[in-house]
Design a protein around this ligand. Structure first.
Ligand code: FAD
Length: 302
């Protein structure tokens, strides 16, 4: 369970105290506010706060005095134009603050996105919970044979069972030692928490508040909701995509069309495509691209 009954009660209390505001609000986002969406075995994503909506993007683009909306169709058209032509700053006018609980090895990938504001749970000050990510059997794969940075077939049978046992046993053992070292019972002084944490494995959960503007959030989602991203961060990105779709539906649809579902082609790829459309048989040998790029081109076409 990602939330204890006490934590759930705190969230319920927060949700039961609405405040009036003159600021733009979005019904879909109000429904998300504070609610924890479970991810992996102990993780979650929840919206703590947000600023702006689709019309705030148009308002900024038009630098208008009022809401900036001319008509709904007009707004959608403008947002799609902005996205298509890489006008980024109007999207930076919307912001979101999330509370995320995630394994440390996922956090290491996530923190590489520098254009956000982060505050992480302090394992110098607090004692970490005994919560470790143990993959579900359908997320336990062998090393990929074609991609060094990826996974292949599912592990099966005895090997899968043995790996799961090792992961559980190592996590348990490391946490038992952590507790033992920080304990002040039986005459022990108790090792400082900031030192004791060093023996904890990278599948232990951490938490942070993560605040980012919509432009940089969409950049994060384009990279991390992509099939090339590791499954364990992709599931967080997928949960966030659903939230963004409810927050700024026009911007999210434009993002799906012009980023998520779009492809970039090199000039060599475009040349091959033109030759193919003209009826020429283009092959790996006469394409003028490296073997890898040709494979990527085939991937784009299929
Ligand atoms: C599939 C995948 C595999 C990866 N593999 C590896 C790996 O093997 N090793 C590894 O180290 N990383 C790896 N990464 C991380 C990747 O290289 C980026 O660090 C990460 O995705 C953050 O991207 P970003 O810098 O664009 O994002 P952000 O830090 O959010 O930056 C957004 C944009 O702001 C600009 N920007 C931000 N800060 C600066 C700056 N200081 N100077 C100039 N411009 C700036 C850039 O235009 C940048 O694209 C991988 C990422 C992915 C998605």
């Amino acid at each position: 369970m990602p939330l204890s009954p006490d934590q759930q009660a705190e969230i319920d209390a927060q949700r039961s105290a609405p405040a009036q505001t003159l600021r733009a609000t979005v019904p879909g986002m109000e429904a998300h506010l504070y609610t924890a969406h479970p991810v992996l075995d102990h993780g979650f994503v929840r919206v703590i706060d947000y600023m702006g909506d689709d019309s705030a993007i148009c308002q900024a683009a038009r630098v208008s005095y009022g809401r900036g909306t001319k008509s709904v169709q007009n707004d959608e058209g403008l947002i799609r134009y902005l996205m298509r032509h890489w006008h980024s700053t109007p999207f930076e006018m919307c912001e979101i603050k999330l509370h995320v609980k995630l394994p440390v090895f996922v956090a290491r990938q996530w923190i590489r996105h520098r254009t956000a504001n982060v505050n992480e749970y302090s394992a110098r000050y607090s004692i970490l919970d005994r919560e470790f990510y143990i993959p579900a059997p359908d997320a336990l794969n062998a090393q990929s044979q074609v991609n060094n940075q990826g996974r292949g077939e599912l592990l099966e049978g005895d090997e899968a069972a043995r790996v799961l046992e090792l992961l559980k046993a190592d996590s348990t053992r490391a946490y038992d030692h952590y507790q033992d070292m920080i304990s002040q019972e039986n005459g022990q002084q108790g090792l400082a928490r900031e030192l004791a944490r060093m023996n904890l494995p990278a599948n232990i959960y951490t938490q942070w508040y993560w605040k980012v503007d919509l432009h940089n959030l969409l950049h994060f989602l384009r990279l991390r909701a992509d099939a090339h991203a590791q499954y364990e961060i992709r599931v967080y990105a997928d949960a966030m995509c659903k939230i963004v779709a409810d927050w700024v539906p026009f911007a999210y649809k434009a993002f799906e069309d012009y980023r998520l579902g779009a492809v970039t082609m090199s000039s060599q790829m475009m040349d091959c495509l033109r030759r193919m459309l003209a009826g020429e048989t283009v092959t790996e040998e006469n394409c003028g691209m490296s073997k890898r790029e040709w494979r990527e081109f085939q991937g784009v076409l299929s």
